[in-house]
Design a protein around this ligand. Structure first.
Ligand code: KG4
Ligand code: ZN
Length: 393
């Protein structure tokens, strides 16, 4: 079974092709895996603009699919002139009516190569930036229209959960068996959620942010500190420097720990953002030392709140397993603090490989394989849904 995945929910265009091994458990080899980041483009504006992201996905995706097919040794060029038959061609033209350049690129692909040996396509249907998601979903529908390969719509947050538990031995990834109930802490640029998992595919959101997501807060705070986008890795870098130098944060630069004592499992980051802004305004022009102090205090504040909420969620759900996922799970300080919590509280923790923390195609491929293993039916009507809840995935 060979599966191709497409991920375009934010500012990474990602495609991967994986081959599932025989057997009951999901075990697979990655035949090809490419992530094209738009970070440099968005860095100029300090954040992601959905229509700009859409345009970049539209420009890149068809070529990326072709490159992955080539890398996976599944690309066979046609030696004779071939025209897409009329019925699928009409479907293709209707799907991409408003994306003429992408339509031309797809026609070149379909007319230039033979149908590849792909058995299934998994594509991110949501949540995320809807115009960006639309490109991935439409590309998947186009591949389905011409090649008649079954489609599996994937929830991006479920993808982060599956990426969180994947284990790797030599060149084989697998989805391990874990003890349920489990709790997932999902921390990305668009989401901050605690999810109770009674078994894989059964999810209940038990806590979430009331305003900004944690990753978004990192990015906005970084912008106030004149640090480049995406801000998470930058703040983390400065905070680590501050720790190494033993910097003590000035009293007037201390930050609150929002919602620490709210009693529920929800988060709020907008107050923290405002608090950073007042500190920045008071200390302008910012020295490198002040930037380091604010970065350290900001990262500590977020870490303290995440640790407290996870501790409460584990207690309330009696979970034995914690799964961490989403771009912010690449943060060293948060990883370390959650690992420590797992040791003191005696639960098992799964953290994604750092290169699978931020958006990628393998998270969508592995979730597609999970759906197939769980006998989820493929779908023919996919609709990009920017706010698709994991509970209905
Ligand atoms: O999951 P992701 O790649 O995209 C979304 O689904 O949103 O997450 C991106 C977010 C960005 O906000 C980025 O700043 C943050 O993850 N991030 C980090 C780190 N690496 C990425 N935040 C804190 N520390 C990091 N090391
Ligand atoms: Zn993500």
């Amino acid at each position: 079974m060979i599966l191709l995945s497409i991920e375009t929910s934010c500012d990474e265009t990602a495609v991967s092709i994986v081959k599932r091994q025989r057997g009951k458990n999901v075990r697979f080899e990655v035949l090809s895996h490419k992530v094209l980041s738009q970070v440099d483009l968005h860095a100029k504006y300090g954040g992601v603009f959905p229509m700009l992201a859409k345009r970049e996905h539209a420009k890149a995706l068809t070529q990326l699919i072709a490159e992955c097919l080539g890398e996976a040794d599944l690309l066979v060029e046609r030696t004779h002139v071939y025209h897409i038959p009329s019925a699928p061609r009409k479907k293709l033209e209707a799907l991409l009516e408003r994306e003429k350049d992408m339509l031309s690129a797809m026609k070149v692909l379909f007319e230039g190569i033979q149908k590849p040996a792909i058995d299934a396509i998994a594509v991110t249907q949501g949540p995320g930036l809807e115009p960006a998601l639309w490109i991935g979903v439409t590309a998947a529908l186009a591949l389905n229209a011409v090649w008649e390969i079954p489609l599996y719509p994937i929830n991006h947050m479920e993808g982060h959960i599956v990426a969180g538990i994947l284990s790797k031995e030599e060149n084989l990834y697998s989805i391990p068996s874990i003890e349920f109930p489990a709790v997932a802490l999902l921390i990305s640029g668009g989401h901050t959620e605690l999810v109770r998992i009674s078994k894989l595919r059964s999810y209940k959101v038990i806590g979430k942010t009331r305003d900004d997501a944690v990753g978004e807060a990192f990015d906005k705070a970084a912008r106030m500190l004149d640090l480049p986008y995406p801000g998470g890795p930058e703040i983390s870098r400065l905070a680590e420097l501050a720790r190494k130098e033993g910097l003590v944060v000035d009293e007037d630069l201390r930050l609150p720990r929002p919602m620490l004592h709210s009693g529920d499992l929800n988060f709020s980051c907008s107050g923290l953002k405002t608090a950073v802004l007042t500190r920045v305004n008071k200390r302008k022009p910012l020295t490198d030392e002040v930037k380091k102090m604010i970065s350290l205090e900001f990262e500590n504040s977020i870490t303290d709140v995440l640790v407290a909420k996870v501790k409460q969620a584990m207690y309330e759900t009696r979970a034995k397993t914690l799964i961490v996922g989403g771009g912010v799970s690449a943060n060293n300080n948060i990883r370390y603090a959650l690992k420590e919590l797992a040791t003191t509280e005696g639960f098992t923790i799964f953290l994604p490989d750092k290169n699978l923390s931020t958006d990628n195609g393998i998270m969508i491929s592995s979730t597609g394989l999970l759906h197939i293993a769980e006998e989820v039916k493929p779908k023919s009507k996919l609709v990009a849904n920017g706010s698709w809840s994991i509970e209905n995935s």
